[in-house]
Design a binder for this molecule. Structure first.
Ligand SMILES: [Zn+2]
Ligand SMILES: [Zn+2]
Length: 291
């Protein structure tokens, strides 16, 4: 069993160090482990400043803006400078544990257009083995633009659709984390949701990009959607479509603390895959130096 979706305390909302995660993964018999922190972004404050006007729309939005500006990253991602220490730590642990487990360095990235050249550089540098697409925000990482928020507007669903397709076309990513995140704040799986889901699955299939069934969505428990109880993401409506299209499916633990590696979640993920007749693959394509 492999897992390429691992966070640590460095993202500001996780617990446990890189080594804690490795030891927990080893106990569960994981053979390949990838670290995929929310990608640290250079000139983050300058990028955030562009969202200032938008953040004024709500008190919550403004507070999230101020917090992100002060902390220069957390609660969402590590400050840019910390990436040096993180990558150094991963490299050291890779050697320390090489006889027991294969470690990869990755990052989880939003489709933020201004940062696409930077993502490419990360892969080119050889320091990063792979990137996964985890598209949490529309344009700027502030709460009003969060795709997982309640009562997601039609406009935001359309923006999500647009961004996901554009992100698939970049060829930068090794897989798509929680491709159904937009369904988290949606109550009815209507025609628009159906169209967006079909398009994402079809395009991902065309570009040989695996889709993830994400344990994080399962850890949130069930919610009601179109009269059925489903996970807010790793959503049955979405993955029935992925099953029909025949997408490649990868399991992602989306670990945020060492205990997130556990037998129970593996059982749930495997059961979900079986029930929806998903085509589960075990490993992903590394993109290092391809660009
Ligand atoms: Zn994510
Ligand atoms: Zn994640």
């Amino acid at each position: 069993m492999n897992n390429y979706h691992t966070h640590t305390y460095r993202c500001g909302h996780g617990k446990g160090s890189e080594e804690d995660m490795i030891q927990s993964a080893l106990k569960l018999g994981i053979t390949e482990l990838g670290f995929s922190e929310h990608v640290p972004l250079p000139n983050y404050r300058r990028f955030l400043m562009k969202s200032f006007v938008h953040s004024l729309k709500s008190l919550h939005g403004f507070c999230s803006f101020v917090r992100a500006m002060i902390l220069n990253g957390p609660h969402m991602r590590m400050p840019y400078q910390m990436h040096i220490e993180h990558e150094k730590t991963v490299k050291e642990l890779k050697h320390k544990y090489e006889s027991q487990i294969t470690i990869y360095q990755g990052y989880e990235c939003e489709y933020f257009e201004p940062y696409l050249p930077y993502y490419r550089e990360l892969l080119k540098s050889g320091e990063v083995d792979y990137l996964i697409l985890g598209h949490h925000f529309d344009k700027y990482p502030i709460s009003d633009y969060y795709y997982g928020k309640k009562h997601l507007s039609k406009k935001m669903i359309i923006d999500y659709h647009h961004d996901m397709i554009a992100a698939i076309h970049t060829g930068l990513f090794s897989y798509i984390a929680h491709p159904d995140l937009f369904l988290m704040g949606v109550e009815e799986f209507d025609e628009l949701c159906q169209k967006v889901s079909y398009d994402i699955c079809l395009e991902a299939k065309k570009y040989h990009l695996p889709l993830e069934i994400n344990a994080g969505g399962m850890r949130r428990g069930f919610k009601k959607m179109s009269g059925e109880f489903v996970y807010p993401y790793t959503n049955q409506f979405f993955f029935q479509i992925a099953s029909e299209i025949g997408n490649e499916i990868i399991i992602g633990f989306d670990v945020h603390q060492p205990q997130d590696f556990n037998e129970m979640i593996i059982l749930k993920l495997r059961e979900f895959a079986r029930e929806n007749q998903l085509n589960v693959i075990e490993s992903i394509e590394m993109k290092e130096k391809e660009f």
